[in-house]
Design a protein around this ligand. Structure first.
Ligand SMILES: C=Cc1c(C(=O)O)[nH]c(=O)[nH]c1=O
Length: 312
């Protein structure tokens, strides 16, 4: 079986990549991703000015996944733009890394996107509308009016491939409203889902929370979120124009999880918690496990089953 994937007119060896935020804060981490079996990779969401992020402990692993309230720590927009432009020069034949943006305001998002538009960057940009962990800042994509206003302004000048990172929705009315807004714009893709915001993990021993920021509330990832991630992948796959592709993120720990995301309609697959736990060797394991499942089922390519989830 071949895992070759076409995404936005570019060919990838396989659909696997890191989820923005995991293993992509520093150039060393990004280079390790570049040299791994991942088919693609993406930078940590960046803001105009470098950010320390929230006080530690701010990430905690649990048997079923993770809770995080990093608080958008990043080296600043210029650090990542310099990296991806340098990458383009050094690897002319390779696919340019994806670039994630998470401005602290509408105006900052517009400023960063304008800088990308005016730059020599020839890759794919991901606008993060769903960070749950900046105290006082709501997840943008839960405000449909603001989301529509921002996308209108963005697409008045941004002409390069752009996707949006969405939070999970939990109601068909929200799938319908979000999709009706997103369908108005020439989006390259939607990425479902970001962590499930403001969960709470309690330690029995200490009778305490496990992360410091926001009294222990943080974004949940891992096995906990796979049913919600699959629902959002499927919910948007069945509602969006076919020109808007889906990146599936959330609960991908095995080749089976990857297969399920593809069956629901995903094209690229992002790995967060499992990458954090296992390191970049996770990609080799995942692509072999996915290949094994495809071989057992008699599929030679992903196109043969992508999106073909049956209803009863
Ligand atoms: C960009 C901030 C995010 C963060 C963070 O930096 O706290 N954590 C997430 O789970 N998702 C995000 O989008």
């Amino acid at each position: 079986a071949s895992l070759r994937t076409e995404f936005l007119g570019r060919q990838y060896e396989n659909p696997f990549m890191n989820a923005s935020g995991v293993h992509c804060l520093t150039i060393d981490e990004l280079e390790e991703l570049s040299n791994s079996k991942a088919g693609a990779f993406i930078t940590k969401s960046s803001t105009e000015v470098e950010r320390e992020g929230n006080p530690e402990p701010r990430y905690y692993s649990t048997p079923l996944g993770s809770i995080n309230s990093m608080g958008l720590p990043n080296r600043g927009f210029k650090y990542y733009l310099d990296y991806v432009l340098d990458y383009q020069d050094k690897h002319p034949a390779a696919n340019t890394p994806f670039f994630s943006v998470a401005g602290m305001s509408i105006d900052e998002n517009l400023k960063l996107l304008r800088a990308i538009q005016d730059s020599a960057f020839d890759g794919v940009t991901e606008l993060n509308l769903s960070c749950p962990n900046v105290p006082g800042k709501p997840q943008l994509a839960y405000d449909f009016e603001v989301t529509e206003e921002l996308l209108s302004k963005v697409f008045s000048f941004f002409k390069k491939p752009l996707g949006v990172k969405l939070p999970p929705y939990f109601d068909f009315a929200h799938f319908d409203t979000a999709a009706s807004i997103l369908n108005k714009f020439p989006l390259a893709y939607v990425n479902c889902i970001n962590s499930v915001g403001n969960g709470l993990y309690v330690d029995l021993e200490t009778e305490s929370v496990v992360i410091k920021p926001k009294n222990g509330f943080g974004g949940i990832g891992g096995e906990y979120v796979k049913p919600t991630a699959l629902a959002n992948v499927r919910g948007f796959y069945t509602r969006l124009n076919s020109s808007i592709k889906i990146i599936g993120t959330g609960g991908i720990r095995t080749g089976q999880d990857a297969f399920e995301h593809l069956l629901c309609g995903a094209t690229m697959l992002q790995v967060g918690t499992e990458l954090y736990e296992e390191g970049v060797s996770v990609f080799e394991r995942l692509l072999h496990e996915l290949e094994d499942i495809m071989n057992k089922k008699g599929y030679t390519s992903i196109d043969e089953f992508r999106g073909k989830l049956s209803s009863l």
